[in-house]
Design a protein around this ligand. Structure first.
Ligand SMILES: *Cc1c(COP(=O)(O)O)cnc(C)c1O
Length: 354
């Protein structure tokens, strides 16, 4: 569609397409990396307490209670914390406020497909650096002049982890531009780069409450970095929407960060299920990339990725498939509950035996 009422920018946009949220009941939904467990009961209680007459009042524009909870959890100063309406919004402000310079920014050829979308929205030039043959990010390939570097750790949609020591080596070399680590899945077995933000003023770490804290529906994301970087994000935010987080989101997210026991319990349950799922997929003949996330990336040497995705859908199991070069034979499968994973495995067994 085209319209003479659209700005030239709108004509040029190629928007991100999120994984579908089907309205059908009884689906085994393993396509958008949601957590199979509910949010912390303490987070639900905090949101219920926030649900009342106070909703007539605007929320705290600085979401102080939430920033304090995050600062406590990571033992950083509150001035190093930024929060937004999902990490997708935080990332948008990062592209707009910290990555838009003359030089192209660098990110992997296979990565979160929202990055090129933000580049289109904000006019950021970029260069894609190929993953190596084992689908790992090789940071020694990121040595050229750049306007910034961004990648998820673990990477999406591969699940492959980059060791924090490699990130520190990159930071020692790359001092002239911002390095952004998108840690959407770090809590499922990786080591966070947050402590390095104390030492490297050009490091910004992004996280979300959508995956490991089971709050995708609440829309809360965050960034941690030097106050100078946070100030840029605050300036953008306060030129865009002063109140990105509502009262319920601030209360629920803060309580989720405080409930460390529940968080540890549910993330380790997901990690254990991932180990089981990887073994079962391997037994069915799949090549499974080593995952440190709450999803696995797997291909079958004898079955086409798109055909398998469709066959699973016919059995009410929804997984994600990307029609991109190098990865079009893979399925990205969210680690679900033990029951969901068992349903996936038995559907696959039936399909492969056909
Ligand atoms: C899920 C995801 C996000 C977005 O998370 P929200 O906080 O729900 O917007 C960001 N980056 C990566 C790599 C993700 O997989």
């Amino acid at each position: 569609m085209m319209s003479r009422f659209w700005s030239p920018l709108v004509h040029s946009l190629v928007p991100y397409v999120p994984g579908e949220q089907p309205k059908l009941a009884n689906l085994v939904k393993l396509n958008t990396n949601e957590n199979p467990y509910g949010p912390s009961p303490a987070a639900i209680a905090a949101m219920q307490a926030a649900l009342g007459d106070d909703l007539r009042l605007y929320p705290d524009p600085d979401a102080d209670v939430l920033k304090q909870a995050i600062a406590r959890y990571y033992a950083v100063d509150k001035s190093m914390v930024f929060v937004g309406n999902g990490s997708d919004e935080v990332l948008a402000h990062v592209f707009h406020g910290l990555l838009q310079h003359g030089q192209p920014i660098l990110f992997p050829d296979i990565t979160y497909s929202f990055y090129p979308v933000y580049c289109g929205l904000y006019g950021v030039k970029y260069r894609q650096i190929p993953l190596d043959d084992s689908f790992s990010i090789n940071l020694s390939d990121y040595g050229c002049r750049n306007g910034g570097i961004i990648f998820p750790n673990p990477n999406a949609p591969t699940g492959v982890l980059t060791p924090v020591a490699h990130i520190e080596a990159l930071l020692q070399e790359n001092t002239g531009s911002v390095v952004v680590i998108d840690e959407a899945y770090i809590d499922f077995g990786g080591e966070t780069a947050v402590p390095l933000t104390q030492q490297y003023p050009n490091l910004l770490v992004i996280q979300t409450l959508s995956k490991s804290r089971s709050l995708a529906g609440l829309r809360v994301g965050l960034a941690i970095g030097h106050p100078e970087l946070i100030e840029a994000l605050d300036r953008i935010k306060n030129s865009f929407n002063s109140y990105p987080l509502g009262r319920m989101a601030i209360a629920g997210a803060a309580a989720a960060f405080d409930d460390v026991d529940y968080f540890r319990h549910t993330t380790s349950a997901v990690i254990n299920s991932r180990v089981t799922l990887c073994n079962e997929l391997a037994a069915l003949g799949f090549d499974v990339l080593p995952s440190a996330a709450n999803f696995v990336f797997a291909r079958h040497p004898g079955h086409d990725g798109s055909t398998l995705t469709q066959a699973l859908r016919e059995r009410s199991v929804i997984v994600r498939h990307f029609k991109a070069p190098r990865i079009d034979q893979f399925l990205r499968i969210t680690v679900g509950s033990p029951e969901q994973n068992a349903a996936l495995v038995s559907a696959l067994r039936a399909i492969l035996q056909r």
